[in-house]
Design a protein around this ligand. Structure first.
Ligand SMILES: [Zn+2]
Length: 239
């Protein structure tokens, strides 16, 4: 039997499912991009004994490596995973309009070219629709405090208001459990909980290996600084 990837539980299939309470309150749709933040969310949901449905979204991103990662992560955790396709959203370097900026920090205002207008709103809408269909009471997505500078739809008040509307309309709550966490804290969570970091993909580019110089790569590298010895010991170091 495969060892359980979540610390504290003894086996992957039987052990994890034994602790799960399957009712509407425990069911959650987690938007799984294939990056570190959403992968840590999957881990957290399993630790919290939730019934987890991973959802990836194809919004016309310039590469599909993150969705391939998401699929591998879902398989690793043994959760349901589906991908929904949206029309391509133009107007962002992440969907092919212009070059992805490199060599600048994630919080630099020049990262605004990587904003995909309306994407998160639409993805959350799709997730709410899935949640209703699957009998889930909640949708989780992986916004964190460091996102807020450039990505305004990752701000706490955005989450609060969209959750308010989703609850009125559909009886579904929208949560961003990392909204008060910064990337460093999420990296620490990943290391402490043996999240399979090596399966995740953060780079905005779709090369064979992460470019190391886009905002996502720089942020990821900085977040894991000082943690890598521990990562090596847990076998999850990717840098
Ligand atoms: Zn990169």
């Amino acid at each position: 039997m495969q060892p359980c990837p979540v610390s504290g539980l003894s086996s992957y299939t039987q052990g994890c499912s034994r602790f799960v309470r399957d009712n509407n309150d425990s069911r959650v749709v987690v938007l799984l991009s294939g990056g570190l933040d959403s992968t840590c969310l999957i881990n957290k949901a399993i630790v919290d004994h939730r019934v987890v449905f991973g959802l990836g979204v194809d919004y016309g991103q310039r590469h599909k490596k993150e969705l391939a990662s998401a699929k591998m992560i879902a398989e690793y955790y043994g959760i349901s995973f589906s991908v929904l396709r949206m029309p391509v959203i133009s107007g962002s370097s992440l969907t092919g309009d212009g070059d992805v900026p490199t060599g600048i920090h994630y919080s630099d205002h020049r990262q605004s070219s990587t904003v995909v207008p309306g994407r998160n709103m639409l993805m959350i809408g799709l997730a709410i629709s899935e949640a209703v269909k699957l009998g889930c009471s909640e949708v989780w997505y992986g916004a964190h405090s460091g996102d807020a500078f450039v990505y305004h739809d990752c701000r706490e008040d955005f989450v609060d208001y969209i959750s308010y509307a989703a609850n009125i309309g559909y009886g579904v709550k929208v949560s961003a459990p990392w909204i008060k966490y910064n990337k460093k804290q999420i990296a620490e969570y990943a290391v402490l909980n043996r999240v399979p970091v090596e399966l995740t993909w953060s780079c905005y580019l779709g090369q064979d290996v992460p470019c190391g110089s886009c905002g996502a790569c720089i942020e990821r590298k900085e977040s894991f600084q000082g943690l890598c010895n521990e990562q090596n010991r847990t076998g999850t170091c990717i840098s």
